[in-house]
Design a protein around this ligand. Structure first.
Ligand code: NAD
Ligand code: AHE
Ligand code: ZN
Ligand code: ZN
Length: 372
């Protein structure tokens, strides 16, 4: 197979709009797969990396990590996928063989993490280029291209009747939020939950909390436009921190007779991370960090908060093992256990992808989905 030309949104440098270009894509090498992306969501993490705040951000790159598509060609030695299979690219792969996969304790497969973090395929090179200049991959997925090359271990095979323009959201946001509830927190019926940030991630936490049978679900955001959707998805209370002249953790502690059983930070703001921990109940409350904070930022609290029984933890991709567990999320969606339409506030062609970033920054969208 020869190189192909494909359309992509290229991030030439941090802080600049993406540029829609025709780029060259080399064929899949050993253990790699060529995928035609049918649809991709735009996650806040794409905006985070584009902003220049990501310590691993590297340019020029083709961003995007919340996609779904169809296998078009196989590299040498690929045995678990066939041309025509429907797939979701995984920024957290699952090799099944590394120490992490075998531990049974984490979804953070490390088989290709080093090269992935450098924007390269596992052999240390890029498949994308423009006029001979290499363009970096992003999170091993680069779904802001109509065609992309992804390692076999970073593709989850999904049923062919799943609508790709919707289940692409299971490639990051919705799985992350739902998985954080069941895998990281393990919310139980009757538990009280606080969710900070009501974007795609926080709203997915709400879905997970409702499905887990949480009693009270407090949804917190400084943008009150998010409250109707939050209530629709299961929030019992909505709170705008700006409406109070005291720290939001004090407000939540007073509302809940001492604090919540579980809180989730879905923003990426280290000050809110502290509030999310400190609104947890003394003795047992647990706070899960999902939001991604910029380079050089650190979290802090009085150690006494932990000495007195609160727990701080974090999760990537909701603790979900992509190849073995993501197909089940797709099936649950197909079975009607939860819906995705509420998340898809905007759809647009690749040519308009910069609008998706504008809408996100203006707080007007939950998810924009790009249709190729
Ligand atoms: P988003 O931009 O759609 O939503 C963020 C929400 O936070 C918005 O509704 C915004 O109004 C609200 N917000 C901002 N500042 C606030 C404040 N001070 N107090 C209360 N609310 C505030 O983002 P998203 O796509 O839902 O992503 C959320 C975060 O999760 C990002 O940091 C993203 O990078 C991260 N993320 C992490 C993982 C993971 O695996 N850990 C996966 C996906 C996304
Ligand atoms: N590269 C950043 C961190 C970015 C980050 O935390 N990414 C999450 C997924 S966010 C998806 O929207 C993740 O999976 N992290 C685990 C990993 O191995 O990257 C940094 O700070 O360097
Ligand atoms: Zn994401
Ligand atoms: Zn592994």
């Amino acid at each position: 197979m020869n190189s192909i030309k494909t359309r992509a949104a290229v991030a030439w440098e941090a802080g600049k709009p993406l540029s829609i270009e025709e780029v060259e894509l080399m064929p899949p090498q050993k253990g790699e797969v060529l995928v035609r992306i049918v649809a991709t969501g735009v996650c806040h993490t794409d905006a985070f990396t584009l902003s220049g705040e990501d310590p691993e951000g590297i340019f020029p790159a083709i961003l995007g990590h919340e996609g779904a598509g169809i296998v078009e060609a196989l590299g040498e030695g690929v045995t678990t996928l066939a041309v025509g299979d429907h797939v979701i690219p995984l920024y957290t792969p699952e090799c099944g063989e590394c120490k992490f996969c075998k531990s049974g304790k984490t979804n953070l497969c490390q088989a290709i993490r080093a090269t992935q973090g450098k924007g390269l395929m596992p052999d240390g090179t890029s498949r994308f280029s423009k006029n001979g200049q290499p363009i970096y991959h992003y999170m091993g997925t680069s779904t802001f291209a109509e065609h992309t090359v992804v390692p076999e271990i970073a593709l989850a095979k999904i049923p062919k009747d799943a609508p790709l323009e919707k289940v692409c959201l299971l490639g990051c946001g919705v799985t992350t939020g739902m998985g954080a509830v069941s895998n990281a927190a393990k919310v139980q019926p009757g538990d009280t939950v606080a969710v900070f940030g009501l974007g795609g991630i926080g709203l997915s936490v709400l879905i997970g909390a409702r499905m887990a049978g949480a009693g009270r679900i407090i949804a917190i955001d400084i943008n009150e436009d998010k409250f109707d959707t939050a209530k629709q998805l299961g929030a019992t209370d909505t709170v705008n921190p700006k409406a109070f002249d005291k720290p939001i953790q004090e407000v939540i502690v007073e509302m809940t007779d001492g604090g919540v059983d579980y809180s989730f930070e879905c923003i990426g703001n280290v000050h809110v991370m502290r509030s999310a921990l400190e609104c947890c109940h003394k003795g047992w409350g647990e706070s899960v960090i999902i939001g991604v904070a910029g380079a050089g930022q650190e979290i802090s609290t009085r150690p006494f908060q932990l000495v007195t029984g609160r727990v701080w933890r974090g999760t990537a991709f909701g603790g979900v093992k992509g190849r073995s567990q993501l197909p089940d999320y797709v099936q649950r969606y197909m079975d009607g256990e939860f819906e995705l339409d509420t998340f898809i506030t905007h759809t647009m062609p690749l040519e308009d992808i910069n609008k998706a970033f504008d809408l996100m920054h203006e707080g007007k969208s939950i998810r924009s989905v790009i249709h190729y």
